[in-house]
Design a protein around this ligand. Sequence first.
Ligand code: FAQ
Length: 330
Amino acid sequence: MYTQGLDQPAELSTSLDEASLERRFLERVDAEEKIEPKDWMPVRYRNTLIRQISQHAHSEIVGMLPEGNWITRAPTLKRKTILIAKVQDEGGHGAYLYSAAETLGVSREQMIDQLLAGKAKYSSIFNYPTPTWADVGAIGWLVDGAAIMNQLPLCRCSYGPYARAMVRVCREESFHQRQGYDLMLQLARGTPEQKQMAQDALNRWWWPALMMFGPPDADSMHSSDSKRWKIKRLSNDELRQKFVDFTVHQANFLGLTLPDPQLKWNEAQQRHEYGPINWAEFEQVLKGNGPCNAERLAARRKAHADGAWVREAAVAYAAKQSKKRASLAA
Ligand code: FAQ
């Protein structure tokens, strides 16, 4: 996506050849040292990080939309307050992540332009609709639950700014997951209609949540480099398996049924087996043909256009302040 990295420090580039620099870089990664923005890094490492972190940032921002849809209709003041806080947190996560990506030499404008032009990916999960209040619970429980499972190992990612952003993000995601589970518990213990609403939401979100972890390992083209560079610590399938094993018990406690007739405990392997994932559906969502892809992009484009005056005002204010500082200094 981005072929140009930041300039490498001149004295290093001249005194050491590329191969020695790369060897030294890999030794540092193996020694669990954090790679920081001004350190030498291979262009492919930089570009992999820009790709992943920018997609992650876009996911947080687009991810505000499915739940944001329910803020005006939350059933109680308490639930409304929780939901506003959660959706606002996701916006904050997007902001930390765009900042982390900027340390790699890409501008926020470039990233946003790519998203609005429909050229950048964001998580497949946010292209599904939220027709009932129970979907808000299912997102918190399953989507934030899957996000934590994926992001906890990212707190140990070799790139310092990404790893540090993930620590704070995971703390907040943990609150998000618990509020979603609490909402599902309330519905599951409510009237038969409320319990059915929770079950229907679980049926809608279960399979897309499993797709969040990405394609099967055999088809995951970036995994081997990302694991070598300690960006990814666990593979897509390993994380998906951990998520299934974890979530089965939570579903049992809720008294809800995971919509997978092939789900069963494998004693020998000490893991749950699960049925086939519809990868054709995943491919379609990635190509822009999911149930809400067009709606999500249209909402982001409108928000960007509606916010133009805020960006203009911020630039004008910054210019005024810098002029004031310059005249005071003169
Ligand atoms: N959706 O070779 P791999 C959240 C793409 S945050 C769309 O396996 P990689 C918080 C992948 O980009 C959720 N695209 O790739 C929240 C690549 O395409 P490319 C987001 C996907 O990077 C909660 C191609 O397929 N989390 O939920 C997906 O090694 C509630 C090949 O795949 C993150 O972004 C997908 N599901 O592994 C917010 C975590 N999966 O770039 C609001 C950070 C794969 O070549 C409400 N990211 N692709 O065109 C990661 O951990 C990794 O990037 C993976 C994919 C695991 C997602």
